[in-house]
Design a protein around this ligand. Structure first.
Ligand SMILES: Cc1cc2nc3c(=O)[nH]c(=O)nc-3n(C[C@H](O)[C@H](O)[C@H](O)COP(=O)(O)OP(=O)(O)OC[C@H]3O[C@@H](n4cnc5c(N)ncnc54)[C@H](O)[C@@H]3O)c2cc1C
Length: 412
């Protein structure tokens, strides 16, 4: 089978690896418009369950990814002048450049043809590809050419954000909320290597224009952010993207969704198919899971004639699996858009509700009431757990006591 993957992001590369692994006779190519090693972005997060899936699918690349990742196990929030730290689950991050280098090398080693500097504007001729994988990201040109057939929908977030890097290495997942004369501005920051961290700044449009961030030349805007977040950056600079050709780097996040994921021999994957708000740190994981699912379904398609039903099964599985992530991402974006609801809470309470921002109930209850209910429920759960543990220990002690007595009675 001939497979052409358009776009050299994590989704396309991972799919190309899995397809070549399961059938080395497939002719698989990846066409990426940028030059080699020049991808955008900083670090991306992922969680232990993703790592297990990667290991199962391709232990070689999983090992490399683990070796190039950092991890953290607590979150820190700076709210106004106060700092709160909460323990959390283990999270991992890897530089996007490094991740793509690993995947490119692995794909090439398996025989995938990789062409950098190759911009695709229209679908390749059907004689050149049994399957065209549309993996060219959230602003996919190929998808947009067939937007009606895919049923593409876009929703623009209300807040402004910018994706930056810094040489300050954050060792916990860090949030900072800073009050200015024009309203609040905040950042999420996390290390992705021994040398750098991702730093995303976000604020409402009113704060953005009030601070002049809509008009300031980029360098001045970065210096202003460095001043606002001086307490967290500790003298380290912020760096913007160098590949935007002068386009502004502040954006409103676009949530993309598609009703159909395939059209003729085209199939959507990764951000071209769906995006989830960056505050949930899930986009790369979801893109990789799309690749795993599509490869699995194509394994059951022995020839090109069987591909349409494999594509339908893939779309059905992934659309269903994505629902919780999409709902969490929507609620997470809304939490930040409605930040004012949480700002007069005690910092511990606010940080706790930040961790609960995916809850569908939270937007409908007064935050203090929600917090109290959550604490009470937590205590009740702890009590229930204690009761179960103590109860089962007591039961097993009594059982062995009876058994001993029974044993000694028999021996007597
Ligand atoms: C601010 C921000 C922070 C994020 N943080 C995280 C995070 O912490 N964790 C996480 O999991 N996810 C994160 N994400 C999301 C993540 O970056 C994406 O979900 C992920 O990269 C999607 O992978 P993909 O392969 O579908 O697309 P992409 O990674 O976007 O790759 C698409 C590729 O296609 C290429 N391309 C585009 N057009 C063409 C064309 N016409 N011809 C050829 N090539 C083309 C592009 O150059 C690009 O290399 C974040 C996103 C943002 C915006």
């Amino acid at each position: 089978m001939k497979v052409v993957c358009v776009g050299g992001g994590p989704a396309s590369f991972y799919l190309s690896i899995l397809l070549k692994k399961q059938e080395p006779r497939h002719e698989v190519s990846v066409l990426e418009r940028r030059p080699a090693g020049s991808t955008y972005g900083w670090g991306v997060t992922y969680w232990p369950d993703m790592f297990e899936e990667l290991t199962e699918c391709d232990p070689d690349s999983a090992r490399e990814i683990a070796g190039s990742s950092v991890h953290w196990s607590e979150g820190t929030a700076h709210i106004g002048g106060r700092t709160v730290t909460h323990p959390g689950g283990v999270g991992h991050a890897i530089g996007r450049h490094r991740l793509l280098n690993i995947l490119t090398e692995r794909a090439e080693a398996l025989g995938v043809r990789v062409e950098f500097g190759s911009e695709v504007q229209a679908a390749p001729d059907p004689s050149e590809a049994d399957l065209v994988v549309v993996g060219d990201g959230a602003h996919s040109q190929l998808r947009d050419r067939h937007a009606e057939a895919f049923g593409t929908r876009r929703t623009l977030g209300a807040n402004q954000y910018i994706w930056l890097g810094t040489t300050r290495v954050f060792t916990s997942f860090t949030f900072a909320f800073v009050e200015t004369a024009h309203g609040w501005i905040w950042c999420y920051a996390y290390g992705y290597s021994a040398h750098g961290s991702t730093f995303i700044a976000e604020c409402s449009t009113a704060t953005w224009t009030g601070l002049g961030l809509d008009r300031l030349p980029e360098e001045e805007a970065l210096r202003l952010l460095e001043e606002l977040f001086a307490g967290q950056l500790e003298g380290h600079p912020l760096t913007g993207r160098t590949d935007t050709g002068g386009r502004p780097q502040w954006q409103n996040f676009t949530t993309v969704a598609n009703t159909s994921w395939s059209h003729g021999n085209l199939v959507l994957i990764g951000d071209a198919a769906h995006t989830t708000h960056y505050s949930t740190g899930a986009g790369t994981t979801l893109a990789l899971r799309d690749a795993m699912s599509l490869a699995r379904e194509l394994r059951n398609a022995p020839d090109p004639a069987a591909v349409p039903s494999a594509l339908a099964a893939y779309a059905q599985e992934r659309q269903r699996a994505l629902l919780p992530a999409q709902s969490a991402a929507r609620l997470s974006a809304q939490w930040y858009e409605n930040l004012a609801r949480y700002l007069d809470l005690d910092p511990h309470q606010m940080f706790s509700l930040l961790g609960q921002r995916h809850s569908p109930l939270l937007p409908h209850l007064p935050p203090r009431l929600y917090y109290q209910l959550d604490q009470t429920l937590g205590r009740l759960q702890a009590l229930r757990w204690l009761k179960q543990r103590v109860g089962s220990r007591l039961a097993s002690t009594l059982q062995s006591h009876h058994a001993e007595r029974a044993g000694s009675t028999t021996a007597d």
